[in-house]
Design a protein around this ligand. Structure first.
Ligand code: COI
Length: 347
């Protein structure tokens, strides 16, 4: 692999105490180009401008998919990444739906681990802190005929992050706009799924909500995702989450949380969850918790769910399921608890 190091690190310009989310990008990036039917040699170079004209295919036709993952500074000082193989597999599924050639697991892992070694100093220390990793794949030919790109670029950039939400969030059950339709690309991490959600999210934010709780595209009767996260509820002692369909992203945090809950003997149900069922539980007092599950926010307690002008209050207990899974995941990630599932990969 070709490695070109930055003449000077930017790390001293970062205030690690006020890091926020997604504001800072580390010194180096990894990239590799697919052309003439094969992937070339990967390279690591200082973060900087891409050399593409405005005919860049991904900008016009949206053949662009991405991943989100995190590396942690463990208590003994080592750096470990959480479930990178699962992110690689999902990137392949997303790319395949958008007719983007697969990046091999070898190129993905080699590029990732080498980049993390080069920028190891950027992995922060602290309970809610991590290095966010953004692998992405996009059509990088330059032409504007509406057909698939011929060249593709796979790249990885990283940046230190803190907590995504400092407080529990309020979500609005969306009964007009749609995030995904059956047969579409909702289950992928296509860039357009996120861009397509900004408008409805901005409308909900004007009404005082943090995020949209998306519903199905036909009846707007069944719950699907919360903002950019999967969603779960504790209903009368049962952890319930919408079953995966081709409209729902198969979250790696979601899968990890369900695995933990099952290992604790907690009843877990993956099935349809209707707005009506949620209302019934709210009125009976058995809507015990609601939370989002995602890479960025990890576990994000929801303390209010708005629907057609009314608010369902939801408890966000400190000793509930959300906090228990959050703590257990943090312990595994920081190397304080045994990694029985083999989730952590040291760099
Ligand atoms: C995630 O948390 O899984 C995300 O995809 C968030 C990202 C869009 C910032």
């Amino acid at each position: 692999m070709n490695i070109q190091r930055a003449a000077e690190s930017r790390i001293n310009t970062i205030d690690f105490q006020n890091i926020g989310f997604g504001q800072h990008i580390s010194d180096h990036t990894f990239d590799v180009v697919f052309s003439n039917d094969s992937w070339g040699e990967g390279r690591i170079k200082p973060y900087g401008a891409m050399h593409h004209g405005l005919g860049l295919h991904a900008l016009h036709y949206g053949q662009a998919v991405f991943e989100g993952m995190k590396a942690y500074r463990q208590d003994d000082g080592h750096v470990a990444v959480f479930r990178p193989d699962a992110n690689w597999a999902r990137l392949s599924r997303s790319g395949s739906r958008l007719l983007i050639p697969e990046i091999s697991k070898e190129i993905f892992m080699e590029g990732l681990l080498e980049l993390l070694r080069v920028d190891e100093a950027w992995v922060p220390t602290g309970e809610d802190m991590s290095l966010y990793i953004r692998p992405f794949l996009f059509g990088s030919s330059e032409f504007i005929t509406a057909r698939p790109s011929e060249e593709y670029t796979f790249a990885i950039l990283t940046g230190p992050v803190g907590a995504y939400y400092a407080q529990p969030v309020k979500v609005k059950i969306e009964d007009h706009y749609t995030r995904a339709a059956s047969g579409g690309v909702g289950y992928t991490k296509a860039a357009g799924n996120y861009g397509g959600a900004f408008y409805a999210t901005a409308q909900a934010q004007k009404e005082g909500f943090n995020q949209v709780l998306w519903t199905d595209h036909v009846e707007h009767a069944y719950l699907e995702e919360a903002g950019t996260m999967n969603v779960a509820f504790v209903l009368d002692g049962v952890l319930v989450t919408p079953a995966l369909t081709d409209r729902i992203l198969a979250g790696i945090t979601r899968d990890s949380i369900l695995t933990l809950a099952r290992s604790w003997g907690m009843p877990v149900e993956e099935r349809k969850v209707s707005v009506h069922e949620l209302q019934e539980h709210a009125s009976k007092g058995t809507l015990q918790e609601a939370f989002g599950m995602g890479t960025a926010a990890v576990v994000s307690p929801i303390d209010g769910i708005g629907y057609q002008g009314k608010m369902m209050d939801v408890p966000a207990p400190q000793d509930g399921v959300a906090q228990r899974v959050k703590k257990t995941l943090a312990d595994i990630r920081h190397g304080r608890a045994e990694d029985v599932h083999g989730w952590m990969v040291r760099i």
